[in-house]
Design a protein around this ligand. Structure first.
Ligand SMILES: *Cc1c(COP(=O)(O)O)cnc(C)c1O
Length: 454
C-alpha cells in the first residue's frame, strides 16, 4: 500500500496576503483601453461611474507587482482557503501515463467555483466606498451565485442578469442566487434599452454574456449608489484570482515538484490567469521554461481563431474599447453547456501574453470535454463543471502525449468548479443528445469584418 501524500493544504498563516499583478512585470505592457468616443487612453477616473474606485485603480495599475489583500477579504478567504492541491493518481492510472498530474481544487469554495475569490474582493471595495447596490451578469450562474453571496456578506443588494439559455437550462443556479437574497432577471429582458433592442431584432435570442453585461451596466448607470461588477475578462478580476496560483506555488513546493505545464479552461481568462500568472512570473523574470495552455471551446475560439484588435467587451458597446483577441462583439456562440466559456473576447493581459507567445491556446469540442469530465469523475470522484472539463481534456491530451514519448512531465491544471448543479448537461451528454459545433471561417470572418475599423 502506497503512503504517498495526495493532498496538500496550507496552514492558515501561509495563505497569501498579497495578490500578484503580472502587469508590473510584463516586458510588453498591455495596450490601454480606449474611450470609444475620443479614442483616448482610459484613466481610472473614466471608470468610476461603473466600478468601485479601488477596482478602477487596480484595473490600470502597471507598476505595483504586489497588491495587499484587505484583511476583511482575507478573513472570508479563510472559510475555504487554502483550497487543496491534489495529485491525481486516479487519473494518471486511468490514462496509464508517466506524467505527474496535479489539480488545484477551486470547487471546494462555498459556491462551488473560483468566482468567489473575486466576488468577495469586489463586494468589499464597493461597501468601503459607501455603495449600497451591485449589479452583474451571469452565464452559467456561477458568477451570479458568487456575487449574490458576497453581496450578502458585506451587506449589499444584488441584481443579476442571467443569460436566458442558462436561466432555463440551470434553474437551480437561479434558486441559489435567490436563496442568497439576489434579484434575478433572464437576459435579454425588456427592462433595459439594450435588452429591448436585441429582442426586437431577434425575438428567440437565447442570450449571451455580452448582452447580459450591457443590461447590467445600463442598470448600474441609471441607478444611484449602484455599481456594476464583472466576474471575468477584466484585469482586476484576474488579479484577485492569482490567489489560486500563489497558493499552488507553495503547495507544489510541498509536493517537491514544479510544473512543466499549467493548464486552465478559458472563458475571459480569470481562472487561467489566476493559476498561471504566479508561475509565469518566474518565466518572465528568471527564464523558467513552463508551458501555459488555455483550453477554450471550439464553438467560441477567440484565442485560436479570433483576431487581436480593439473591440467592445459587450454587445451594446457600453464598455471601453479593449485591445484583445476577439471574435467580434456581435459574435453569438452556439448554445454549448459550458455557459461560462461563451464569451466573444479575452482579457487584455492574456491577449498580450498570447501575442507575445508567452502562452498557448487549444480548442476543445463539446463531446471531448464531457468525455474527459466523465473519465475524471470516475477516476477522482469529483464531477467537474462543464467549463472545467475543457481544462481536463487539454490535460488528458498532454498526458497521452507523455505516454507516447515516455516523458515524466509535471502537469498542473485548475479545477475551476464542480458540476453538481450542471447535471442536466451531463444527462444530455449521457443520453447522446449533445453534439459538436463546426464553426466556419466565413462566419468568424463576417463578425470580424464588422469591427474592422474600430
Ligand atoms: C466562469 C467560469 C469559468 C470561466 O471564466 P474565466 O474567467 O475564464 O475563468 C470557468 N470555470 C467555471 C467553473 C466558471 O464558473
Amino acid at each position: 500500500m502506497s503512503t504517498k501524500q495526495k493532498r496538500f493544504i496550507l496552514p492558515e498563516d501561509e495563505i497569501p496576503k498579497y495578490w500578484y499583478n503580472i502587469q508590473a512585470d510584463m516586458k510588453t505592457k498591455p495596450m490601454p483601453p480606449l474611450n470609444p468616443k475620443t479614442k483616448e487612453a482610459l484613466k481610472p477616473e473614466d471608470l468610476y461611474p461603473i466600478f468601485a474606485k479601488e477596482l478602477c485603480q487596480q484595473e490600470l495599475n502597471q507598476t505595483d507587482a504586489w497588491i495587499e489583500i484587505p484583511e476583511a477579504v482575507r478573513e472570508m478567504y479563510k472559510y475555504y482557503r487554502s483550497t487543496p492541491l491534489v495529485r491525481a493518481y486516479g487519473l494518471e492510472k486511468a490514462l496509464g501515463t508517466p506524467a505527474h498530474i496535479y489539480f488545484k481544487n477551486e470547487s471546494v469554495s462555498p459556491i462551488g467555483s473560483h468566482k468567489l475569490n473575486s466576488a468577495l474582493a469586489q463586494a468589499y471595495y464597493c461597501k468601503e466606498e459607501g455603495i449600497t447596490n451591485v449589479t452583474t451578469e451571469t452565464g452559467a450562474g456561477q458568477w451570479g451565485a458568487a456575487l449574490s453571496y458576497a453581496a450578502k456578506v458585506f451587506g449589499l443588494e444584488a441584481a443579476v442578469y442571467q443569460v436566458k439559455i442558462s436561466y432555463n437550462q440551470k434553474p437551480y443556479r437561479r434558486s441559489i442566487m435567490q436563496t442568497f437574497g439576489a434579484t434575478v432577471t433572464a437576459s435579454p429582458s425588456m427592462s433595459t434599452r439594450a435588452g429591448k433592442d436585441i429582442i426586437t431584432r431577434n425575438p428567440n435570442y437565447q442570450g449571451s454574456l455580452g448582452t447580459a453585461i450591457s443590461e447590467a451596466i445600463e442598470l448600474a448607470m441609471n441607478t444611484p449608489n449602484c455599481k456594476y461588477t464583472l466576474g471575468s475578462v477584466l484585469s482586476h478580476v484576474t488579479l484577485h484570482q492569482t490567489i489560486i496560483g500563489l497558493e499552488a506555488e507553495k503547495q507544489m513546493e510541498m509536493a517537491g515538484e514544479y510544473p512543466d505545464m499549467v493548464i486552465g479552461c478559458f472563458g475571459g481568462g480569470s481562472n487561467f490567469g489566476g493559476i498561471c500568472f504566479p508561475f509565469m512570473r518566474h518565466t518572465i523574470l528568471d527564464g523558467k521554461q513552463t508551458r501555459y495552455i488555455a483550453a477554450e471551446p471550439a464553438s467560441c475560439p477567440k484565442l485560436t481563431r479570433g483576431k487581436f484588435q480593439y473591440d467592445f467587451g459587450d454587445e451594446a458597446g457600453y464598455t471601453p474599447l479593449l485591445p484583445m483577441f476577439t471574435l467580434g462583439h456581435n459574435f453569438s456562440p452556439a448554445n454549448i453547456h459550458a455557459g461560462g466559456l461563451r464569451y466573444h473576447g479575452a482579457g487584455v493581459i492574456v491577449s498580450q501574453l498570447l501575442k507575445d507567445n508567452l502562452m498557448e491556446a487549444v480548442d476543445i469540442q463539446q463531446l471531448e470535454s464531457f468525455q474527459a469530465g466523465c473519465l475524471f469523475a470516475q477516476a477522482e470522484g469529483i464531477i467537474p463543471a462543464p467549463e472545467s472539463c475543457h481544462a481536463i481534456a487539454a490535460t488528458i491530451r498532454e498526458a497521452n502525449q507523455c505516454k507516447e514519448s515516455g516523458e515524466e512531465k509535471v502537469i498542473l491544471f485548475n479545477l475551476s468548479g464542480h458540476g453538481l448543479i450542471d447535471m442536466a448537461s451531463y444527462d444530455q451528454y449521457l443520453a447522446g443528445n449533445l453534439m459538436n459545433y463546426e464553426l466556419k471561417d466565413e462566419d468568424i470572418q463576417k463578425n470580424l469584418n464588422e469591427i474592422k475599423d474600430m
